[in-house]
Design a protein around this ligand. Structure first.
Ligand SMILES: Nc1ncnc2c1ncn2[C@@H]1O[C@H](COP(=O)(O)OP(=O)(O)OP(=O)(O)O)[C@@H](O)[C@H]1O
Ligand SMILES: [Mg+2]
Length: 460
């Protein structure tokens, strides 16, 4: 810290991913906490990197997760706030059982005590949680006017700052949250695959010059294979979210048009669009889902359209410039039926078989899927993982959903259908326990073993 000229109590600007920024106050931690913090970050990168601790809210505001890298710069000229506008999220108000901020006395109970005498730093667009009499509420900082500038980016909230809190609760920007929630930590049981993806997709996007030095072309295409529901689509979305790359999705069946030439034009546009946007983002990813439907083996392809699409795709992939930061990811659960020329070097030369997760993988997926679920003490995820041989990610997700549904079903007698809202007491009593999971195991079957199922008829 000293080498950067930062000391306790200083204001710093933290730059995370996808151009997200937040602002924070530095607080030096004791030596014993350093080891605790270090054990949470991954790998041996610690020797060269310094680690910092961030609150959950700050991590979200910077768009990062545990183990990610951030850039920290001193921000000595952040001004005192003159007026700031803080609004609660509407859904957060509703779950606390009130309609408006006024009704919940939100300013007096939440906002004022949170800021009073604390000299907190705020960045425009930051979200944060405050706990109060109605439970936890989430707020967003909507506007900042500082003593020097109206419409500033950041400020320090002092006792003279006028805090406005009236207005309607804000709705969440769903789309943003959608990709933000699709990081690597939403994919379980794929440590090896994630490492491979990092090498095959992230590196060429970030540093194509590495390959240039060696005189070879960076990898262009990665083919994700594996049974249905093993997380191929989820993986591609995670890569896009993590790299912050421009993400263009082509759904195989959607490109095909019967009008002559239109399918090829669609494909060509996708590639042009990606190349044009690659510079503005951290590169671009073209994701072709269900690639088997547009690129079947040419000799087997029934229609002229398919044949032309395959040829067009080959030409487009060959035409990508070595310096362009574009990577194509294809996903299929039938790798054997796609045109073999597509799997040649320079095209989809890397294949990544996602496969059916093993016991540890299943445990990881179960942990991820139950992260936001209130689980009873008797739920043993390890036991569930052991008993779910052959289940892929999608099956495990359904397992958790069935267990949750069964839990709701068990409470249905208590719910008053005439009321607008369910009583808080009932909401608080909803806990998914082992019996619900037992029921779910009875209804959800492993899809990867479905093809091998036989029906046994007993003659008596
Ligand atoms: N390894 C995993 N970790 C976490 N969630 C997973 C995993 N695998 C699958 N899922 C979940 O299962 C669901 C289906 O996954 P996804 O759509 O990625 O499957 P897919 O491999 O693309 O299947 P298909 O071949 O049928 O398109 C998603 O909601 C995803 O969140
Ligand atoms: Mg898919």
């Amino acid at each position: 810290m000293e080498s950067m000229g930062i000391f306790d109590g200083d204001t710093v600007s933290i730059k995370g991913k996808r151009g997200k920024k937040t602002i924070a106050t530095v607080s030096q931690i004791s030596a014993s906490d350093v080891t605790a913090l270090a054990s949470k970050t991954t790998g041996g990168a610690l020797e060269e990197c310094h680690s910092i601790g961030l609150s959950k809210d700050a991590m979200r505001n910077a768009g990062v997760r545990s183990g990610d890298a951030v850039t920290v710069v001193p921000a000595p000229d952040v001004k005192f706030g003159k007026t700031i506008l803080i609004l609660p999220y509407q859904d957060s108000l509703e779950s606390a059982g009130v309609e408006t901020a006024d009704e919940g006395n939100v300013f007096e109970d939440y906002v004022r005590p949170y800021f009073e005498g604390k000299f907190r730093t705020l960045h425009r667009g930051d979200s944060f949680h405050i706990t109060g009499p109605l439970g936890e509420l989430e707020f967003q900082c909507v506007e900042i006017d500082t003593v020097e500038q109206d419409g500033d980016d950041a400020c320090v909230v002092v006792d003279d700052t006028l805090i406005e809190c009236d207005g309607e609760g804000i709705d969440r920007d769903d789309e943003l949250d959608d990709l933000a929630n699709a990081g690597y930590d939403t994919i379980g049981g794929a440590t090896k695959h994630l490492a491979a993806v990092r090498e095959l997709v992230e590196l060429p996007l970030r540093h194509p010059e590495l390959w240039g030095r060696l005189g070879i072309n960076p990898p262009r295409g990665v083919l994700l294979t594996g049974p249905s529901g093993c997380g191929k689509t989820a993986m591609a979305r995670a890569v896009a979210a993590e790299t912050g790359a421009y993400f263009f999705v082509i759904n195989g069946p959607e490109v095909i048009s019967k009008r002559a030439g239109e399918s090829e034009t669609n494909l060509r546009r996708a590639f042009e669009d990606a190349e044009a946007n690659a510079a503005d983002y951290n590169g671009a990813i073209i994701f072709i889902d269900e690639i088997d439907s547009i690129a079947p083996k040419r000799e087997k392809a029934g229609g002229e359209v398919e044949k032309r699409i395959v040829s067009q795709l080959l030409t487009l992939m060959d035409g990508l410039k070595p310096t362009s930061k574009v990577v194509v990811i294809g996903a299929t659960n039938r790798p054997t039926v796609i045109e073999s020329a597509l799997r040649r070097p320079g095209r989809f030369d890397r294949e990544l078989d996602m496969g059916v997760p093993d016991m540890e993988g299943r445990l990881e997926i179960l942990q991820i899927k139950t992260r936001d679920m209130r689980l009873g003490k008797d739920v043993d995820l390890e036991h569930l993982a052991q008993g779910s041989h052959g289940y892929v990610g999608a099956d495990l997700q359904q397992l958790c959903m069935e267990a949750a549904l069964e839990c709701i079903r068990s409470k249905i007698g208590l719910i008053d259908f005439d009321k607008d809202k369910v009583d808080k007491k009932i909401l608080d009593s909803i806990v998914v326990d082992a019996s619900h999971f037992e029921h779910a195991m009875g209804v959800v079957h492993p899809s990867s073993l479905r093809e091998n199922q036989v029906r046994v008829i007993i003659f008596s």
